[in-house]
Design a binder for this molecule. Structure first.
Ligand code: SF4
Length: 94
């Protein structure tokens, strides 16, 4: 049976990051239990919890799936929009 390497699949996508306009912004006060959900569920692994408990997030590799918005808009997620035209993920298949 062939195994699926998610990192290899994701690496073929291209990202045109809008450095001046984050399409996702986090709230200033974040409940750890809410953040942990996103650290587990984001398919791009963009929500991270460091060894010392520090919270990290980078919108640059976002796949625009909307999962974090559905789970935590209004708690962890302060702003969620699609990137402006010509920015964001460009999916490649194969
Ligand atoms: S939209 Fe999807 S890929 Fe982007 S940060 Fe949220 S969960 Fe991760």
């Amino acid at each position: 049976m062939r195994s699926l390497n998610i990192d290899a699949k994701l690496s073929v996508n291209k990202f045109n990051v809008d450095e001046g306009n984050a399409h996702i912004e986090l709230a200033s006060q974040i409940e750890l239990s809410e953040f942990k959900k996103l650290a587990q569920i984001c398919p791009a692994g963009l929500y991270k919890i460091g060894e010392n408990g520090e919270l990290g997030f980078d919108y640059a590799g976002c796949l625009e799936c909307g999962t974090c918005r559905i789970l935590c808009e209004g708690s962890v997620i302060k702003k969620w929009e699609y990137p402006n035209s010509s920015f964001g993920v460009e999916y490649r298949f194969g």
